[in-house]
Design a protein around this ligand. Structure first.
Ligand code: HEM
Length: 476
């Protein structure tokens, strides 16, 4: 059999047409009360509330696949959240929520466990007009063209990192990726060309973020997260962590406010400090702080773990690994193979496996109706593993994507609509650069043959052992 890299592919004619399919239509969207009342109610997962919450937060894969097997593509969970959430995995239902007017289906991120850390006013946690204003303000620095300016910096950070990896000794790839992605997001925020100088507030903020992210994997950190669900203010260990992080963050903000050249600066922090509402009001320190922490926390761990999952999959799928190595080393169609590998990795291991909206009017989800004020979760994991969309869904097959772009409501690792991930272009740019350099220069193997289990940390799903690999040889 010829290698996948040698096969022809064009945008019109996918090389592997049988590997991506279509779902049968399922009507969805706002309906009036009478229509909703006539429709059946989604089936309920028949487990005690506490057991469901624990399973969902610790073993989400088993939980959602089990519920779908028993109850179908739409079901209602029983949790601390009144009314659900109702979970769906049909692309038409997803489309109805992504394209709805924001006031009919506001995001559930405003109710997320991240709120005590990020505050209530950041682009991730706010709703309505405030959300739109913050999003408009932040879009330009995250736009494709602006991202291109970072490519050189990402490449340099990657090459430095790859040179340090030990030979013939197992190690976890996630923390190594995190070192790169943290530098990249900090550079975008503060406008520094590389890592901040030692002893500065920026450097202290970076170190504290790293420590807190690591601490959040500990059993104490995990318990703290569970306790903070539904709260607006931080408590216990989370409160302590927030206080540690706030000190350098506020110092950075104060120093930048005092900078005489603030008006000329184009980095994200300076843009936030210069922004004015229509009434001419500036953001206060607390608002700027919420925004900065959101970008740092939403922006670096997700990308690092997505890369770690990509390697976790590649080192266990020799055909896909060989195709990528061949394309990056021997002048094959590297760009397309890299893109296909990233898309397939984000399909099979979405780092954020679940997102939600709260409908403010009755809603139809295929054969079911739900009342106003129902939280609806979209299980990205379930959408990405539908047999009708992705035949052999549990196989890692980058060739699905040769000559084909992923569908807006079928491939949703970055969510969608007006809440679509603000950092998607940055994350994709980082993943392309890092994956290309790693595949071209390094020969990696799995440290252990068994696939890594998923660990759920806050809203993310990460490889439990950090993507352990062994480096067998390195090229310059
Ligand atoms: C592989 C990496 C990443 C993944 C998988 C990811 C995934 C997501 C998802 C699923 C959402 C929610 C979308 C929705 O509800 O429709 C989101 C929102 C967001 N992400 Fe990302 N993200 C990644 C990287 C980044 C980066 C690099 C940044 C940059 C700073 C970032 C900043 C944000 C922000 C600010 C939001 C909130 C947007 C809003 O509510 O308007 N993310 N992301």
């Amino acid at each position: 059999m010829s290698s996948v890299a040698e096969r022809p592919a064009s945008a019109e004619e996918p090389a592997f047409p049988h590997l991506v399919g279509e779902a049968a239509e399922s009507p969805a969207g706002p309906v009036d009360e009478a229509e909703a009342a006539e429709l059946a109610k989604p089936p309920i997962v028949p487990l005690p509330r506490a057991a469901q919450m624990l399973r969902f937060s610790r073993r989400q894969i088993q939980y959602v696949f089990g519920a779908r097997r028993r109850l179908g593509e739409t079901f209602r969970m029983q949790t601390a959240m009144p009314g659900g959430p109702v979970v769906t995995s049909h692309p038409d239902h997803v489309r109805s929520l992504f394209t709805a007017k924001p006031e009919l289906a506001p995001s559930l991120t405003g109710e997320s466990p991240l709120r005590p850390i990020l505050g209530t006013g950041s682009v991730l946690t706010s709703l309505g007009e405030r959300h739109m204003r913050q999003r408009k303000l932040l879009l330009p620095p995250f736009h494709g063209e602006a991202i291109e300016r970072y490519t050189e910096m990402i490449t340099a950070a990657t090459e430095r990192e790859l040179d340090r990896w030990p030979l013939n000794k197992p190690f976890a790839i996630a923390p190594r990726m995190q070192a790169i992605t943290l530098d990249v997001i900090m550079a975008g925020i503060f406008g520094i060309g590389g890592r901040a100088e030692r002893g500065t507030s920026e450097d202290r903020m970076r170190t504290t973020v790293k420590r807190l992210v690591n601490a959040s994997t500990s059993p104490i950190g995990q318990a703290g997260e569970l306790l903070s669900i539904g709260r607006e203010d931080a408590s216990g260990v989370i409160k302590l962590g927030v206080a540690l992080l706030d000190r350098p963050t506020y110092a950075v903000i104060r120093a930048r406010r005092a900078d005489e050249r603030l008006a000329e600066r184009r980095d994200i922090l300076s843009l936030l400090l210069q922004a004015r509402t229509e009434d001419g009001e500036a953001m206060d320190d607390k608002e700027v702080r919420d925004e900065l922490l959101t970008l740092v926390l939403a922006g670096h761990e997700t990308t690092a773990n997505s890369l770690a999952w990509t390697w976790e999959r590649l080192v266990r799928n020799p055909e896909a690994h060989d195709a990528l190595r061949e394309a990056t080393r021997n002048g094959g169609n590297a760009e397309e193979q890299i893109e296909a590998t990233i898309v397939e990795s984000m399909r099979s291991r979405p780092v954020v496996p679940f997102i939600g909206r709260r409908v403010t009017v009755p809603w139809r989800l295929g054969p079911y109706g739900v009342s106003a004020d129902t939280p609806i979760g979209m299980s990205i994991l379930l959408v990405h593993h539908r047999e009708d969309l992705y035949p052999e869904p549990f196989e890692f097959r980058p060739e699905r994507w040769l000559g084909r772009k992923p569908g807006t409501y079928e491939w949703i690792p970055f969510g969608g609509g007006i809440r679509r991930c603000l950092g998607a272009a940055l994350a994709m740019a980082e993943m392309r650069v890092v994956l290309e350099a790693t595949a071209r220069r390094l020969d990696l193997e799995a440290a252990e043959p068994e696939p890594e289990r998923a660990l759920h940390r806050n809203v993310t799903m990460i490889p439990a052992r950090g993507g352990r690999v062994v480096l067998r040889s390195r090229r310059t």
